[in-house]
Design a binder for this molecule. Structure first.
Ligand code: MN
Ligand code: MN
Length: 308
């Protein structure tokens, strides 16, 4: 089992590094997500979820819809979050990059960002991830890990995003029950050898809270429901077969179907709660956010990072 995780982890690492090399000013977001998802498949894995490309104050859960014309601009703070699975065993990792080498400053709402400031946010996310990883061993309490992450990020004059967490994973399940906080919490749950965890601090100079935007591009199967539309019943079967409980993009379904019928069926699946829609998340004050993420397996004397 460890070997399969290592395989998924190596693929995610390779594709993440390839993405960092390929990403550039003027690139379409859709080109980047297609590249990442196809490189995962080329290496013998499947995307564990649609590649998330979240820009500036958009914090998570953005993936391109079909035909997305949005492009990466100079100064954008881009979070690339990708996952691969091999036979359901998942590796999940994210990295933040700044687009171009301009001098800025760049504007987001009423906030101004110099390149130095953004690089500092990225560095802080990377180091906060290391702090968390250094605190992971059997018996570590979740609340203590969050406290260490928060203390480090605060020491850099920045804030963690309090309502986004890492998560435990198990076969075919991206969020399997444990949340790994990025702030101090009264959570005495102790890690155990064999736990598989995605650790993902988010760093901002805003209020440190994210909220839902109205857009939804990523979904996940929840449960079978009685459905009026034949199209919706068929679609739910395809979703269960192809993605099981893992998140999927509507873009993935549109490759082989009539868009109007698909939209109708998707609406019925959402309203009947057969599938869950992930709203795009945005920092509430409109401030920019950096993220770093690795997947680790808890070992007797610490943990193994499978995505580095
Ligand atoms: Mn991730
Ligand atoms: Mn994750």
């Amino acid at each position: 089992m460890i070997d399969i995780y290592q395989k998924a982890g190596k693929i995610v690492k390779e594709v993440r590094e390839l993405a960092v090399n390929e990403v550039h000013e003027g690139m379409k977001v859709l080109t980047l997500v297609n590249l990442i998802e196809s490189e995962i498949k080329k290496r013998g894995a499947l995307p564990a979820f649609p590649c998330n490309i979240s820009i500036n104050e958009v914090t998570a859960h953005y993936t391109s819809p079909k035909g997305d014309s949005s492009i990466l601009k100079e100064g954008d703070l881009v979070k690339i979050d990708l996952g691969a699975h091999v036979e359901g065993f998942i590796a999940d990792s994210a990295i933040s990059v700044m687009i171009g080498s301009g001098e800025g400053p760049y504007q987001s709402g009423d906030k101004t960002y110099t390149p130095e400031k953004q690089l500092k946010m990225i560095e802080t996310a990377n180091s906060a991830l290391e702090v968390a990883i250094n605190n992971i061993r059997p018996g570590s309490q979740l609340g203590e890990i969050g406290a260490a992450v928060e203390e480090y990020i605060n020491s850099q004059g920045l804030l963690p995003v309090a309502n986004l967490t890492g998560h435990s994973m198990s076969r075919w399940i991206l969020h399997s029950g444990l949340s790994i906080p990025n702030v101090k919490e009264n959570n005495k749950h102790e890690l155990e050898e064999g736990d598989v965890l995605a650790i993902e601090p988010f760093v901002t100079d805003g209020v440190g809270i994210v909220g839902d935007m109205k857009d939804t591009f990523i979904f996940r199967f929840l449960r079978d429901r009685p459905l009026r539309l034949v199209e919706a019943r068929k679609l739910l079967n395809i979703i269960k077969t192809d993605y099981k409980n893992l998140p999927f993009a509507q873009r993935w379904l549109e490759e082989s179907s009539n868009i109007r019928k698909l939209n109708l069926a998707m609406r019925q699946l959402i309203s009947s709660r057969a599938i869950y829609p992930y709203h795009v998340l945005r920092e509430k004050s409109g401030a920019r956010v950096a993220q770093a993420e690795h997947t680790v397996i808890v070992e007797s004397d610490g943990c193994t990072v499978i995505t580095e």
